[in-house]
Design a protein around this ligand. Sequence first.
Ligand code: LCV
Length: 263
Amino acid sequence: MSDAAQMVSVEVKDRIATLTLNNAAKRNALTRALLDALIAALKSLKAQDVRVVILRAPADATVWSAGHDIKELPHGHEDPLGYADPLERALRAIREFPTPVIAMVHGTVWGGAFDLVLSCDMIVADETASFAITPVNLGLPYNTTGLLHFIGRLPMNLIKEMFFTATPLKAEDAARWHIVNHLVPSAELEGFTLSLAEGMAAKAPLAVAVIKEQLRVLTDYQPIAAQVFERIQDMRRKVYDSADFQEGINAFLEKRKAVFTGS
Ligand code: LCV
């Protein structure tokens, strides 16, 4: 198996597929290679009689995923989260997959990985889980599709606090805000998630698939005037072309605190 394919291990048992993110050295950072492996794994599962997918990190991981691979972000003069970005392709693959996808979360979830778990159909987490969205740490203008994912899922005051502080939200607060469907003790996380999956795996798969797709198209397709979209893109371009974005990337690469000047 190629190195890339090993970044996501696939196990199928009783029509339930478990996909495990396996890049511990980089804290499951969402590299192009890992995301291509995730997309390929989902594609291969479509040809099998799989009824539910569980997306997880290895049991010993303290970081579920460190988010988008910062080293792979385009450095200026290019939209850092464009339609063809590997993360965006993976989000679409999950949202369009014809069975429920459960994010089983223990450990910390950062940046685009939060968008990833929110793109799953439900989240089961334990007390070690936390969730952070971090573009302001990098000076990066999040993309419109991504913001719509959050707007469709979380209260605006919570969205603003999470985006403007980049502070990780602890598991119990994520449960209080209904970000996670279930918050269970670590020792019960796997058993609870499997039981939830088994229940759904026994239901009529065609009905489940069509209801999931109806919910996707009804929530994803939000009309936006061309002029508004062009204004948004113009505003975002000024940010991803800014010195601050370059500073955010450099600070991460140089393992130091970023100093933003607003230029
Ligand atoms: C590349 C990494 C990463 C990483 N990329 O281990 O949300 S948005 O808009 O900002 C979006 C663009 C996005 O998702 O941006 C990324 C957001 N992610 C973060 O801000 C998390 C950055 N990582 C960390 O804060 C720490 O790595 C955590 C707290 C996750 C884990 O800390 P820990 O001390 O356990 P290290 O920091 O030592 O990381 C181990 C290796 O993984 C790399 C990191 O550079 C290091 O590589 P080296 O061993 O080569 O030094 N790594 C971690 N996160 N997002 N590479």
